[in-house]
Design a protein around this ligand. Structure first.
Ligand code: GLA
Length: 367
């Protein structure tokens, strides 16, 4: 006889890093993320009483009915409950129930999408137990809805797309208007390079007002320019000249120039000239720091120290207002960069950053 142990399923989903292209997704623009080797793993066992329980390390256990509605579960459990809610809506009936054991190696609070990797792993596990399949493009949209409506963060589609649709050894060229992903080969080892993720432990949250206010500024710019989204702008110079308010113009300039940097990086990567992406990454950071104003001093310090110590390029990755830096580094400069970012933190009286060497890894799936 099958026991619930036999029917347990294990699914996992990676964290993500965005190499370039931030705050472009909700402007129907371009991004170039990849999946991290660090993953969230969910072991799911079926229940039939319409309840879901979730446990994860030292976090408080959560339990709720699968007929949950937005607002009911808060805290970390909202990421799990939001997914159960949206899947119930999608299937047209609440799920049967599940016990979920969650573990994760994705650093939390570093802007590496630990919460989206949790949501995606839970979504796949719950669908797996229900014997249902949803195409990844659609699943990304469902998880986004859970995040927007249940968790209450007005985020775009970048993270779910990177997590669900990335391939090992590739960057994912994402077009957020057409919802296409082109895998672009990225063999760093072959050209003597590596990618570092440097987390200065600068607190990062997207649920507060800063992310939403940046999104509003972009939407205002599009409205003033008479286009549906900033992606529809053809003549960047003319569009920027037409925006009267300085702050709105700078927010739009970040998005418009960032789209071009993504396209340029994709061209370089397709040609195998990965090193030449470095200066574009650093330019992207300057654009976030000066125009989008979503960086913080701890993060700027890492970017400066890393580039001075030999990184070809470095930038904050993800939503910002804290979070981690991604740096493109020649192998010979890895140790100097590690030392430089640690020394810069000590001089500023900040804790030493964590430095991870990462490679583009596989997307979410069954283990
Ligand atoms: C967060 C959001 C994404 C995206 C990035 C910025 O990670 O979840 O949708 O907007 O910020 O690029």
């Amino acid at each position: 006889m099958a026991t619930s142990q036999d029917r347990a399923q294990t699914w996992s989903a990676p964290g993500r890093v965005n190499l370039v292209g931030d705050h472009t997704d909700y402007n129907a623009g371009f991004a170039l993320p990849f999946a991290l080797p660090q993953r969230t793993t969910v072991v799911a066992r079926p229940r039939t009483d319409g309840r879901i329980t979730a446990r994860s390390g030292d976090l408080p256990e959560v339990g709720f009915a699968t007929s949950t509605t937005p607002g009911e579960v808060t805290g970390w459990g909202a990421y799990v409950a939001g997914v159960a809610w949206v899947l119930g809506e999608h299937l047209g009936h609440p799920l049967d129930g599940a016990d979920l054991e969650i573990s994760s190696t994705v650093p939390r609070g570093g802007g590496l999408s630990s919460s989206h990797s949790l949501e995606c792993a839970v979504a796949l596990a719950l669908l797996g137990l229900a014997g249902e399949e949803v195409p990844v493009e659609e699943l990304a949209l469902l998880v986004q809805r859970a995040e927007n409506t249940y968790v209450g963060a007005p985020t775009g589609l970048l993270d779910q797309t990177a997590i669900l649709r990335s391939r090992a050894g590739h960057l994912s060229f994402f077009d957020a208007r057409d919802l296409t992903v082109e895998p672009v080969p990225c063999d760093l080892e072959a050209v003597g390079l590596t990618l570092l993720v440097i987390d200065p432990h600068a607190p990062h949250t997207l649920v507060d007002g800063a992310y939403a206010s940046r999104r509003e500024a972009c939407e205002r710019a599009a409205r003033e320019l008479g286009v549906d989204s900033l992606r529809e702008v053809d003549d960047v110079g003319a569009a920027l000249a037409a925006l009267a308010d300085d702050e709105t113009r700078r927010r739009a300039r970040h998005v418009l120039t960032e789209n071009q940097r993504v396209l340029d990086c994709v061209d370089l990567a397709r040609r195998g000239d990965l090193a030449a992406m470095g200066p574009l990454m650093t330019a992207s950071h300057a654009s976030m720091r000066d125009d989008f104003e979503n960086s913080v001093p701890d993060v700027d310090r890492v970017v400066e120290a890393a580039t001075r110590a030999g990184a070809l390029g470095a930038r904050m990755t993800g939503g910002g207002f804290g979070g981690a830096v991604v740096a493109l580094v020649p192998r010979a400069a890895v140790e100097p960069v590690r030392e430089a970012v640690a020394a810069a933190a000590t001089a500023a009286g900040s804790p030493a950053p964590d430095v991870l060497e990462v490679t583009p890894s596989r997307g979410a799936g069954r283990d």
